[in-house]
Each structure stands twice: as C-alpha cells, then as structure tokens.
Design a protein around this ligand. Structure first.
Ligand code: 5RP
Length: 221
C-alpha cells in the first residue's frame, strides 16, 4: 500500500452503515472510493454525494449509489484530498479543478476528513498555486485584480484549451509563493467581483490523515 492508499484506507474505516458520504476528487480520493466500493460489495449501505462529474462517474462504475447534494439534509463524512496542508489543518485544494463543489460539499458535512500522502504537509501554504474559480465574463479583469493581491496568475488550460470546470467556469492559478494569513486572503479573493470561490479551505477540516510510503498513517484532529 502506498502513502495515498494508506490514508484512504484509514479514512474509510470511519464510515458506518447508513451514513451519507461525500466523495472527493483526485488520485487520493480515488482510492477512498475504491475501498468504499469493496465495503459496499460486502453489504455496507451508504449514500454518497460526489464533488465532481469525474468522481460521480468513478463511483457509479463501482456500483456506489450517488445522489444529488440537495436530496440529503447533510453529509455525515466527507473524504477528500488536498494539495497542501498546514499545521492548523488549513488547506489548498483545487489542483483537479473541483474546488467549488468540494468546498460546498465539505461545508455541508458534519465531519471533513482530509487524506493525503505526508509530502502534502507544509509549514506555510502557497507554494502550490492557489486555484481560483472565476466566471468567464471579463476574466482578464478579474485576473488583474487577483494579481493586485500579490501573485502572478495563469489561466488554467488542459489539452491546449481553456480548462472549463464542472460549473462552466475558468480557473486562475495564483502563484503566491507563501500565504501568511490564509483566512484573510480567502476573504480578499472572494470579495473580487467575478470570483466564485477559491481553493483556500480555512478551519474546515476536522481530521487529517497523512499516509507514509511504508503504509503507516498519522492522524491529526
Ligand atoms: C481536486 C483536489 C484534490 O483533492 C487535490 O488536487 C489533491 O489531489 P491528489 O489526491 O490527486 O493529489 O482538490 O480539485
């Protein structure tokens, strides 16, 4: 078992019969879906809500029942990956472009378990470019206002085309280098007209599970 698999496996142990589970997006969350699928095959009854179209597709292929977020009152446990995690369990997310739905699902959850290889742990957030979801209208103006906060910006592309999120929006990756005050920056960014949300998840995680290459895990809460 590698680091990502170890973290994912541990997180799935928290799932109990009848729970509503948030399914994250990315290569670590992928493993949580696979381990959950094994338990579903053995008879575990769960309902899930996906954080992206890609995740929904994977879950359905594994015969995991997926429902819309609005068809549940709340989510018991959301299990998702992260691009950076600091000592206060603040996160940068959105490397896979799913940050908006990931944040909505996490905020609808009673528990938000973050899973990652231990290389994602950082002293200061910001080396990983911060993804910001913006609406396409006037995007260059929005990008300039983001740059004025002290970063260089790049419009995300995929296969030489502009990357479009599941919500029909663009992603601007903001290269800050270091983010001294994540809570302040999260709000400053979201105050810019045209911004839908950004990949700073401040004080949202209730538990962080870091996997190591030897298959062991470290759990923080
Ligand atoms: C997707 C995300 C992912 O959780 C994040 O990018 C980590 O991905 P991975 O587990 O593949 O390293 O936020 O939008």
């Amino acid at each position: 078992m590698n680091a990502k698999q170890a973290a994912a496996f541990k997180a799935v142990e928290y799932i109990k019969k009848g729970m509503v589970i948030g399914l994250g997006t990315g290569s670590t969350a992928y493993w949580a879906i696979q381990y959950q699928a094994e338990r579903v095959k053995q008879g575990l009854q769960v309902t899930t809500v996906a954080t992206s179209a890609e995740t929904e597709k994977i879950a359905l292929q594994c015969n995991i029942p997926v429902v819309s977020l609005d068809s549940v009152e709340y989510i018991d446990i959301d299990i998702d990956g992260a691009d950076e995690i600091d000592a206060d369990m603040n996160l940068v997310k959105g490397g896979g472009g799913a940050l908006l739905r990931e944040k909505i699902v996490a905020s609808a959850s009673r528990a938000f378990i973050v899973i990652a290889g231990d290389s994602k742990r950082v002293e200061v957030l910001g080396k990983f470019p911060l993804p910001v979801e913006i609406i396409p209208f006037g995007w260059q103006h929005t990008a300039r206002q983001l740059a004025a906060l002290g970063c260089s910006t790049s419009l995300r592309e995929k296969d030489a085309k502009i990357f479009i999120t599941d919500n029909g929006n663009y992603i601007i990756d903001c290269h800050f280098g270091a983010i001294a005050e994540p809570a302040v920056l999260e709000q400053q960014i979201n105050n810019i007209p045209g911004v839908v949300d950004n990949g700073l998840f401040v004080k949202m995680a209730t538990r962080v599970i870091l996997g190591c290459d030897d298959g062991t895990v470290k759990v923080f809460s």
